[in-house]
Ligand binder design. Structure first.
Ligand SMILES: C[S@@+](CC[C@H](N)C(=O)[O-])C[C@H]1O[C@@H](n2cnc3c(N)ncnc32)[C@H](O)[C@@H]1O
Length: 294
């Protein structure tokens, strides 16, 4: 992935020296792809050095009551998974590693990007409205909801059976900051109640980026973020999604390595910022984004 000339200069001056600092930071690498997208006052004021300031996040950072909520989630997931297909992972430790910690690892880049580019005043993340598109068994949204009780979460899932599980999990975990919406992204994206109503849309393991962009970006407010959890090498997907993302009113902000290893290696988070309202014709009818990607 190449950097433009101003990014290269900034990276040389600010970013690269910091990659060799203390051990907590050593594993976090960022590529600055699109400095032009620094549209908010906070973003314009943010020095390039902020890109090296995230840290790791996993279940070990949760409070005892949050750990208890996660444990209730894992119990419910493994129980319901015997009757319906929620996950291929059936071992408790593997669920913790491959689902729970893998979800939590996306929080530091999300919060840092949000503070730097989307939050009013540059730091306020309380009350953040996040939608998890194609939530499945609640990943990552339900796990985020445990870790960030002051945020408001919408879990969007089109399969009725999975929505029943989500509603059950929300109840047994005692979460009061989560709504479950059983519908398709293409439908809610055209509804006034949901359109451009969220600060952040996230998606994990749902579709390729150009399809996901049409699901997620209509739901995000201007200056909000769309963050896709991806595998170790999303570069081709990113290239192929560029024109779709532009048509939908957004631009790529950055590609972050997250502190979790997927089955094929390093995980990444691809971060987009919404620059303009999405044209009314998007999202198209249910099924069209995946059959005829932009
Ligand atoms: C492979 S699962 C991944 C679930 C979860 N995000 C995870 O990381 O484990 C993809 C989920 O997205 C849902 N989905 C796919 N297309 C959708 C759409 N257009 N609107 C809402 N949900 C969708 C599917 O029903 C499925 O539950």
């Amino acid at each position: 992935m190449s950097l433009c000339c101003c990014c290269s200069a900034a990276a040389r001056r600010f970013l690269l020296p910091r990659l060799f600092l203390g051990s907590r930071r050593r594993h976090v690498r960022y590529s600055i792809l699109h400095p032009r997208t620094h549209t908010t006052a906070a973003a314009r004021a943010a020095p390039a050095a902020t890109y090296a300031s995230s840290s790791s996040f996993s279940t070990t950072h949760l409070s005892p009551s949050q750990k208890r909520q996660v444990s209730l989630y894992v119990d419910a997931l493994l129980d319901w998974n015997q009757r319906m297909n929620l996950t291929a992972v059936t071992d408790e430790d593997e669920v913790m590693k491959r689902h729970v910690d893998d979800s939590l690892a996306v929080l530091p880049p999300l919060e840092r990007a949000y503070r730097d580019h989307s939050a009013s005043g540059g730091s306020d993340v309380d009350g953040l409205r996040l939608i998890d598109v194609g939530s499945g068994a609640g990943l990552p949204g339900l796990i985020f909801a445990v870790a960030r009780p002051s945020w408001n979460f919408t879990l969007l899932e089109s399969m009725r059976k999975r929505c029943l599980f989500l509603e059950h999990a929300v109840e047994v975990m005692g979460l009061s900051n989560v709504d479950v919406v059983c519908d398709r992204a293409e439908t809610v994206g055209q509804s006034p109640d949901f359109r451009e109503a969220f600060d952040v849309a996230v998606a994990r393991a749902v579709a390729e980026l150009k399809v996901l962009a049409e699901y997620c970006l209509p739901l995000v407010r201007v200056d909000g973020l769309f963050i896709a959890a991806k595998g170790h090498n999303p570069h081709e997907e990113i290239r192929s999604a560029k024109s779709a993302v532009h048509k939908l009113g957004a631009a790529m902000l950055e590609l972050c390595d997250v502190e979790s290893m997927g089955p094929h290696g390093q995980r990444t988070a691809v971060v987009y910022i919404k620059e303009r309202n999405t044209p009314k014709k998007y999202p198209r009818h249910p099924g069209t984004p995946s059959k005829m990607p932009l």
